[in-house]
Design a protein around this ligand. Sequence first.
Ligand SMILES: [Zn+2]
Length: 255
Amino acid sequence: MNPWVIEAPAAVAAAAAGLAAYGAFYPRAQLFGATVCRTNSARKLAITFDDGPNPAITPKLLELLDRYNAKATFFLIGRYVRECPELVKETVARGHEVGNHTELHPNLLWMNPTKVRVELRLCHDAIRGAVGTPPKWFRPPFGMRNPWVIPAAGELGYRTVMWTLIPGDWQNKPAEWLIPRMQPIADHAQVQLGNGSKDTASATGDVLCLHDGGHRELSADRSRTLEALEHWLPRWRDLGLEFVTIGEAVSTPAP
Ligand SMILES: [Zn+2]
């Protein structure tokens, strides 16, 4: 028998599995629905923080961001929002945006549509309860999507936000390890905004994914994330970058 006849179904299955894995894991994959993963200008850097609010870190982070007139987006865990509603209010009052990062931070890849909806709805209600209005942005825990995650978020009016760079600040490594892993932001800015660079109007900017909290405990130590930002914010600013929320990252200024 022609071996292709036997092997073809296996090859097709393997290719389909590979494609599904790409759609589930790859941050800029659009297979399971459209996501935001870049800003609309090389000048705009969208810094995002996941897994908060964190009473041990978020207040210090808000101070640091204010020092550089930086606006950011915080993807919050619903159960932490219920514990620290004032901190969420404060975050929004300072001009930042908040987004939905589910209630309990499960891996949505293996959850059925009903459970996915419950995770989204509980966090949605927690944030609305804290700040008065529901958020517009959603980021799936671990970046994991399946065919019904993005549509379920869409039902609640969300756009799903991924990233261009995720340096791995949740790892138990020193700031000296983390800082060079954020270098690509400066490299992109240098290429796109540096002297003599071509027209930047059509170029896009980065969405950086950091963590001010930890999904396992409320007061996770993220001091190295703060240290790395203290290093980079003045340098990125001097390269001509503006630190914007996701809403600003995708909006076009009025002509
Ligand atoms: Zn997370």
